[in-house]
Design a protein around this ligand. Structure first.
Ligand code: AMP
Ligand code: MG
Length: 351
């Protein structure tokens, strides 16, 4: 070793160290109506972060009813008048939403738009509508009145006043799209968190299971009732180089959006059968699966269906698991869930 080179080597090492420290381990931005945070481990770089967040904004611009010029609003504005040709992304999501509408017997229904507006659920002034108001718009809520054409990629809402709302599925699609971008890069492991809906990609460095907190529905964000351990990727292992398993944990809970009127709490998970927030003894449903779009639709579907029907649906689907949290602080889960309860006010029940 040439000792005269030592200061130079020290400077180079310092610069490398500085660059490593500067590398942001995690980024967060507001998109899709919530805080989206992405953590790219080790090889996280600016280009991938930028690509992911611009993809989120792109999805938002297509699918958000709160963005005036969105494609979804174009489809809704043409309700009862004409089919609208749409971008492939939104077509994929609408097609899948209709699949889950049928699978859930209509509990999941992307045509809840008029009901969401009537209750003012996504705005600042929610209110309890009169029964007459609900009766008046109920004929507009029916997924069977959505016509899609796979050849022309067009969507037609048959009745004037109908409106699609993809709020229960679009965030899951966005998580899957972020995962696809990461998979195409050299990044080995990542966490995507879209408003509490989690997707983990790859394995932890020490091969220990990913651990994900399950939100306590009665407490503020980040207070957990227990920890879910992701031990087995439910995705079928694919051989080949660069394979990184993906697991997603998506929750629909009454705590996400709700308001109180005359001592009654009204939440945002609406029952398309009567037009009111689904009233069953549930506080939240968490789905664990490999596809975030499906898990997102299923968490909403299972919540609205209620425990018995919701559980039966989840158990009929391969590689899909669920945790149900009830008002009486009991918790039920499907067989394949590795969950460790930490809040002793709750109890895990087997039945
Ligand atoms: P999530 O948090 O994924 O369960 O989605 C809830 C959002 O989906 C609500 O804020 C509404 O915009 C919409 N929504 C409410 N009820 C339903 C339903 N029964 N089917 C489909 N979307 C719904
Ligand atoms: Mg959902």
């Amino acid at each position: 070793m040439d000792y005269r080179k030592r200061p130079l080597l020290c400077v180079i090492a310092f610069v490398i160290l500085l660059a490593a420290c500067k590398q942001d381990p995690s980024r967060a931005e507001f998109a899709l109506g919530t805080v989206c945070s992405v953590t790219l481990f080790n090889e996280g770089n600016d280009r991938i972060y930028k690509e992911i967040f611009s993809r989120f904004r792109e999805i938002d611009n297509l699918m958000s009813v709160n963005i005036a010029a969105s494609e979804i609003n174009r489809v809704n504005a043409a309700a009862g008048t004409s089919p609208v040709q749409v971008h492939g992304d939104i077509f994929t999501v609408i097609d899948r939403a209709l699949y889950f509408a049928e699978l859930s017997g209509g509990a999941f229904d992307p045509t809840v738009g008029p009901l969401v507006s009537l209750w003012g659920i996504s705005g600042d002034n929610p209110r309890v509508p009169s029964p007459a108001e609900i009766d008046e718009i109920m004929p507009l809520v029916n997924w069977r009145d959505v016509e899609i054409d796979r050849v022309t990629r067009s969507v037609f809402l048959k009745r004037r006043g109908m409106a699609l709302d993809l709020g229960a599925i679009a965030k899951g699609f966005a998580a899957d799209e972020a995962a696809a971008i990461i998979r195409d890069s050299k990044i080995k492991r990542a966490i995507i968190d879209i408003g509490g809906n989690i997707l983990v990609l790859g394995e932890k460095k020490n091969k220990s299971p990913w651990t994900i907190g399950i939100q306590n529905p009665n407490e503020s964000r980040g207070v957990y009732i227990g920890i879910l351990r992701i031990t087995e990727p439910t995705a079928k292992p694919r051989s080949g180089e660069g394979y990184r398993p993906v697991q997603t944990v998506v929750t629909s809970g009454v705590y996400e959006r709700h308001f109180e009127a005359d001592g009654i709490v009204y939440h945002h998970l609406l029952s398309p059968s009567d037009g009111y927030p689904a009233r069953n003894s549930l506080l939240s449903v968490t789905i664990i699966a490999a596809c975030s779009m499906d898990a997102d639709a299923l968490s909403t579907a299972a919540f609205v269906m209620g425990y018995e029907k919701g559980r039966a649906l989840i158990e009929s689907l391969e590689g899909t698991e669920a945790i149900f949290v009830f008002e009486d602080k009991s918790i039920r889960k499907t067989e394949g869930v590795d969950f460790v309860l930490s809040d002793e006010k709750y109890r895990l029940v087997r039945d």
